[in-house]
Design a protein. Structure first.
Length: 718
């Protein structure tokens, strides 16, 4: 059985509180403002936002009663924006930029709640730089706002602020009703909470009117959609695979929040779309917030015990704070003596490696007494009663060696890591009283490797034996294969013995002595008086996985691995950079309504007829009313505003036929050639008449559209 390498549990003092709060939203704002106008382009969905938001409130209300109720709250918001400042593309897109910055801050807040400051900084910044996030940060649609609402609802759920949670999630659902799928994701971490169930019921009740109304409109609203394509399933498979890989070894609280949020909303919507085609990836953009939590924590390599209130999740054990009176960093206990001084008296037989161990959790007899263990290590001679490294069971020692092999040459000793939060404890033993080394852990024997510089005898194997008698794994890094150094976390059996249930102290003590790197999850966070969660099975099983993954410390692995990861990182950064640049171009969207309008102005003469094929492409000109007003819309029956619709209503086929035959020239706005043709009678009559009664004079491709000029035979301009 394999288990992922546990996340390193490091202090957070090196990360400024200001950094994780400000860096992600600031980065999102900078990326959002970069190339915001996209070369002066606007695609058709943004055109709908523009023309609906410019209608009077009564007209918007009439529209929402017929179609597009799912975006109703967003249209009202944008109406207010344009009333305050009709700033063109900037006014259209700035709300999405602000919402993306808010979402990045929310991702950081969730990561901080679950894993601490380093993870918060990394997760928030990862979210801000994701290309899909950058894309919708620069679109005049509601998706960035929905993502912000969902991620902040997630944070409020973790804080158990249920009234605020309900209000924010209802807001997100009214911005787009598919935000309700986040409720299913939230059910996993909160399913046992009666307060959450009440909040979920209130959310469902308050969005019920919108759901009923939009369901009636679904056929007309989403009739253009097909079932998810193989590209959609491939993208979802890639998202799911990477999320599952990133979740290996992550804390259960993090996985319980992030993984359902990543997988459930898109997966469920795609499954529903096999029967009722409703899926578009942007409808569940907020699923990326869960993915970035996993990716950010993995990138930071840190998850520092930021468990939500109420303690660690079921299935992990809490390492309690140091016992009362325990020595802490920078505050030596009264009467403390250096470890080199002889003990005033030997401790009782039952107290050995870990001071304050519960009854039944003490190590087996014969192990060195805790008060002498540090002395024996520094002296390089066995302590009285010290157990030889080969004495523990072979399986336990083998696990420790495999765990230690993962450390690798060049890995910093634990003193360097711990020194980030505890400078006093992290200094070499020669710079401070030996007795003060590990008091913050609350162990009489202390952890041995914590203050050792790289290359010294590790604590994990052959405790108290002279270096000459040490096995290969215990010799300095310079004298043994790369990757064999271990034991630098400075843990003794007492550390694990404290965390294990009653009766497990003996095995825990031996395992703690044998293991090095694998105990990092326990010891570092016990220092400083923090309360942490320790997955015992993860601690026990990680050695086997690490030993296989690291190639058991072969020198060539040490040489090649930095280059491999460096190259992979460079390729990833370059790819994201190129993608980000491309997103700021008009070609990154399906079409460009402003470019289409400019091309029509070049072709058109006053009085020319215009026909849209299909009719929903009328949106290409609705955001350019000056251009549209100079043309005769041959198929139009009622304008969008007058008919309370998005694209207006059209004449019956017979009247379309008469209007086209009466026009000397017709400008036809067409979908790209690879798009399917609508089978409706109105669309069929347009195609038939243009093919049989007109000559096509020219056709031009313009950013997701085709503009064709038709005239009666023999009248095309030369």
């Amino acid at each position: 059985m394999e288990s992922a390498h546990p996340f390193r549990q490091l202090p957070e003092a090196a990360i400024s509180r200001i950094a994780w709060r400000l860096a992600p939203p600031l980065l999102a704002v900078l990326l959002g403002l970069w190339g915001l106008e996209r070369g002066g382009s606007m695609w058709r969905d943004e055109s709908v936002t523009w023309q609906v938001a410019h209608r009077p409130l009564g007209g918007i209300a009439e529209l929402l009663g017929r179609v597009d109720a799912v975006h109703g709250l967003y249209y009202l918001l944008m109406h207010g924006v344009f009333q305050l400042w009709d700033g063109g593309l900037w006014a259209l897109r700035l709300p999405s930029v602000a919402a993306t910055a808010l979402a990045a801050a929310g991702v950081a807040a969730v990561a901080h709640r679950l894993c601490g400051e380093r993870a918060a900084l990394a997760s928030g910044c990862v979210y801000a730089v994701l290309p899909p996030v950058q894309m919708y940060a620069q679109e005049g649609r509601s998706y960035a706002l929905v993502a912000a609402a969902v991620v902040w609802a997630t944070y409020l759920m973790l804080r158990e602020r249920w009234a605020a949670y309900t209000a924010v999630l209802v807001l997100g659902c009214w911005l787009h009703e598919f935000a309700a799928l986040a409720l299913l994701a939230h059910a996993f971490p909160s399913r046992h909470s009666r307060a959450w169930r009440r909040s979920a019921a209130v959310v469902a009740l308050l969005i019920l009117p919108l759901a009923v109304l939009s369901l009636r409109q679904a056929h007309d609203q989403l009739g253009w959609l097909g079932r998810p394509s193989w590209q959609d399933w491939t993208a979802y498979g890639l998202l799911a695979t990477t999320a599952l890989l990133l979740s290996r070894g992550a804390p259960r609280t993090l996985v319980g929040v992030a993984l359902p949020l990543t997988l459930l909303p898109p997966g469920l919507l795609m499954t529903i779309s096999l029967a009722n085609p409703w899926y578009v990836d942007r409808y569940v953009l907020y699923a990326l917030t869960g993915w970035t939590l996993l990716a950010g924590v993995r990138l930071a390599g840190v998850c520092s015990a930021g468990q939500p209130a109420g303690g660690p999740p079921a299935g992990v054990l809490a390492v309690s704070d140091p016992p009362a009176g325990a020595q802490t960093a920078g505050d030596p206990a009264e009467g403390a003596r250096p470890a080199s001084d002889p003990p005033a008296s030997d401790p009782p037989e039952g107290v050995r490696l870990g001071a304050g161990q519960p009854a039944g959790a003490q190590p087996a007899s014969g192990l060195p007494q805790g008060s002498r263990l540090a002395e024996a290590q520094r002296a390089g001679v066995p302590a009285e009663g010290a157990r030889h490294a080969s004495d523990p069971p072979a399986g336990v020692l083998a696990a420790g060696r495999r765990l230690g092999a993962a450390q690798g040459a060049g890995t910093k000793p634990a003193a360097a890591r711990i020194g980030r939060a505890q400078p006093a404890e992290a200094r070499p033993a020669s710079d401070r009283p030996a007795g003060a080394q590990f008091a913050s852990v609350g162990l009489a024997g202390g952890g041995l490797g914590e203050a050792q510089p790289a290359g010294t005898t590790p604590a994990g194997v052959g405790l108290g034996r002279p270096e000459a008698d040490q096995p290969e794994e215990a010799r300095p890094a310079s004298d043994r294969p790369a990757g064999a150094q271990f034991g630098t976390t400075g843990l003794t059996g007492g550390d694990l013995g404290e965390a294990e249930p009653a009766g497990a102290g003996s095995a825990g003590a031996r395992l703690g002595v044998a293991q090095g790197v694998g105990m990092r999850l326990v010891g570092v966070l016990a220092a400083g008086g923090r309360r942490v969660a320790v997955p015992l099975m993860l601690v026990r099983l990680v050695g086997a996985w690490v030993g296989q993954a690291q190639g058991r410390g072969h020198p060539e692995t040490r040489v090649r691995r930095p280059w491999v990861w460096g190259l992979a990182g460079a390729v990833l950064v370059a790819g994201v950079g190129v993608w980000s640049v491309w997103l700021r171009t008009a070609e990154s969207r399906k079409d460009d309504v402003l470019a289409v309008a400019a091309a029509v102005r070049e072709y058109a003469r006053p009085g020319d007829a215009v026909v849209f094929m299909p009719s929903r492409r009328r949106e290409w000109l609705l955001s350019s009313p000056g251009t549209y007003a100079d043309l005769h819309d041959a198929a139009l029956s009622g304008s969008p505003a007058a008919s309370h619709s998005l694209q207006g209503t059209e004449l019956p086929p017979e009247r379309i036929r008469a209007a086209l035959l009466a026009a000397p020239r017709v400008i036809a706005l067409l979908d790209p050639a690879d798009q399917p043709l609508d089978p409706y009678p109105r669309e069929a009559i347009k195609r038939e008449l243009l093919a049989t009664h007109f000559e096509r004079c020219s056709i031009t491709d313009v950013r997701g559209a085709r503009i064709a000029l038709y005239a009666h035979p023999g009248t095309c301009p030369r």
